[in-house]
Design a protein around this ligand. Sequence first.
Ligand code: NIG
Ligand code: FE
Length: 401
Amino acid sequence: MQLIGPFTQILPLTGMPLKGALKDEQLQIITNGGLLVENGLIVAVGDFEQLRKEFHAADIKETEGDNVLLPGFVDCHTHICFAGSRAKDYAMRIQGKTYLEIAKAGGGIWDSVTQTRAADEETLTHLLLKRIERHLSEGVTTIEVKSGYGLSVEQELKQLRVIKAASNQTKASIVATCLAAHIVPKDFNGSQPEYLEYILNELLPVIKKEELAKRVDIFIEESAFNGDNATIYLNKAKQMGFDLTIHADQFTAGGSAVAVSAGAVSADHLEASGNNEIKLLANSNTVAVALPGASLGLGMQYAPARKLLDAGACLAIASDWNPGSAPMGDLLMQAAVISAAEKLNTAEVLAGLTHRAAKALNLTDRGMLAQGMRADVQVYPVNDYREILYQQGKLKPVIMH
Ligand code: NIG
Ligand code: FE
């Protein structure tokens, strides 16, 4: 057993409702706190001196200087298993070129598919691990990673096997998601429903058998899959035992309604959600995931995060880190930026980066510091937790050895 501390402040993020708007007064703050850990799990959180007396047999790991302890962040939406770059797309985008013009010039998702298919497993694992380690060093201890740049049975399996291999080589906790339904690949000879049937019949059973992913994602959009085809796909995937998550309402509304009626764990993007979509999400168990990194990368509006919270939704914030729309991947910076734009308070942002994001992954063992929870933590070298968002991502956590 190990007692770590003292911490100037501990924010356990406990006792907060999972849905709806929050107030900063709901943030519990323990001053001069300690964290008692055994076998990677939290035994107790409380006053450092009191814990030291009560558990005198524990090893003490004494900290120095000012420090704020909080749960590690959960990034519930990334596409960081890719090879290559789309800097060319970005340069065209900031020249004012449209999505169609960029696709015609050989850019877009298909370009990343081509570059990722060309990489062997070893190279791809190395690239993925580098991104995972960067995230970990920035306080992100749980990372969802999607496939979706393979788009054939063989290439999707390659991506998912790479995600599994990387997860065995890192301290970060990795959650894999199959996004074979990203777009219909250019080299598939058939319709949308035919491609989805092919995934259902040829790919998902192998993923189940090899335990490569427990979650399935689909991009519902005019340029990808329509709601009706997606509904059939999702219901069948659900019957096979997969959790569902949806790329919804990014450019046009519609995906979130499909997500809610299919019982998806999350609907992500939502930049184009209107009042009807907000109401639907708020009255559901589906987590609304804002992806400010995609808004920044594309120069688009943010998801209506304030309205979603006020309507009663569970709002998480994720990075969407990917080579096309969200190449930056700095989750804390992005959360700080959307908090200023959308007027999200500190409690709402921290909940959205921790236990509310864990809910989007159907995980109940993390995202708050309480007895029995995973001891996934991060420490900032400041004396006031409010510095963390105030410094807009420039303040990074310190590594605890
Ligand atoms: O979440 N919207 C669809 N998929 C990604 C973009 C992927 C890409 O452009 O490579 C997203 O933004
Ligand atoms: Fe995405």
